[in-house]
Write a protein that binds this ligand. Sequence first.
Ligand code: AQP
Length: 351
Amino acid sequence: MADFEPRVFSGMQPTGNLHLGNYLGALVRFVELQAHYNCIYCVVDLHAITQAVDVWGGPKELAQSTRDVTAAFIAAGIDPKKHIVFNQSQVAEHAELAWVFNCVARMGWLNRMTQFKEKAGKDKENASTGLFAYPNLMAADILVYKATHVPVGEDQKQHLELTRDIAQKFNNDFAASIAEHGFGEAYFPITEPLISGPATRVMSLRDGSKKMSKSDPSDYSRINLTDDGDLIAQKIRKARTDPEPLPSEKAGLEGRPEADNLVGIYAALAGRTVEDVLGEFGGGQFSTFKGSLAELAIEKLAPINAEMRRLVADPGYIDSVLADGADRARAIAAPVMNGVRDIMGFIGGKK
Ligand code: AQP
């Protein structure tokens, strides 16, 4: 495989408030990776509209959520000057490459995607075709920058495997044209998923078998980055648990998804191991543990919350960050897309 310049890309949907799952599963890692890579972080508004309008809320809510997610990125520690932060719809190459990938990916591949099955639910006939083709757009988001590393939560693993399959098929199907145009033996990298945030799968506070999600109708299922201290404490107090005390060993969490989730959240926020946390709280009542968890969550999230509020109060600044990021993203994406046009035989590729 040809050498590709290391580059990180990842995105988050502006479908509502970012929550603790987005934070621990992805955002914390986004921030760390800045020290080692050139990073591109995208607010994926074209993905948000794949769901029903009442889920993403309509035009005004979409604009607001896009600014909120951008504010969360910056408040959590992403530097939009050193790296790139922008919203997807400002760089048309994402949608253009996604169309080509619609023609590379196979129906059978997409039919296996569990996220579509979960989000479409029983009413598959009524899901948008965009929701079905979502993973092709995600592959385009990543590959239009030839990104080599993608930090995500566990739930996105399958989509990243599909991204790798699409890159491989494109490189194989058009190998002769890729070589003929001087791009060597592979045009797209086979991207590495980085699934290693402090908690790669945070579950709902109401149901330990469902992941914490922005679009869950119950606000008590998640801790939003915008929640104030009182609300965080209330949500943790009301989080579902079982009647047993906490175990002292990790094995004792088996078959107890709610307990497992809360202990995992504590460990991730504290930067400690699950064993260590159980060493402190094992044998005790949930109420004591929940009190400490609430304190810890408030301590970690309050500074981010305060900074988000400050940033959101200045939409002009947020919009200027997104515009500047989009210009710099486009400067990388445009030549990659031009190369695709040449490879595909589209006349007038070079601009
Ligand atoms: N519960 C989670 N635990 C760990 N990581 C998570 N991520 C999402 N939920 C969890 C990671 O956050 C990143 C951004 O995800 P997204 O907002 O683009 O979409 P999503 O995965 O579909 O998240 P939601 O909250 O479930 O959104 P809705 O409800 O709008 O679909 C990804 O890296 C994801 O893995």
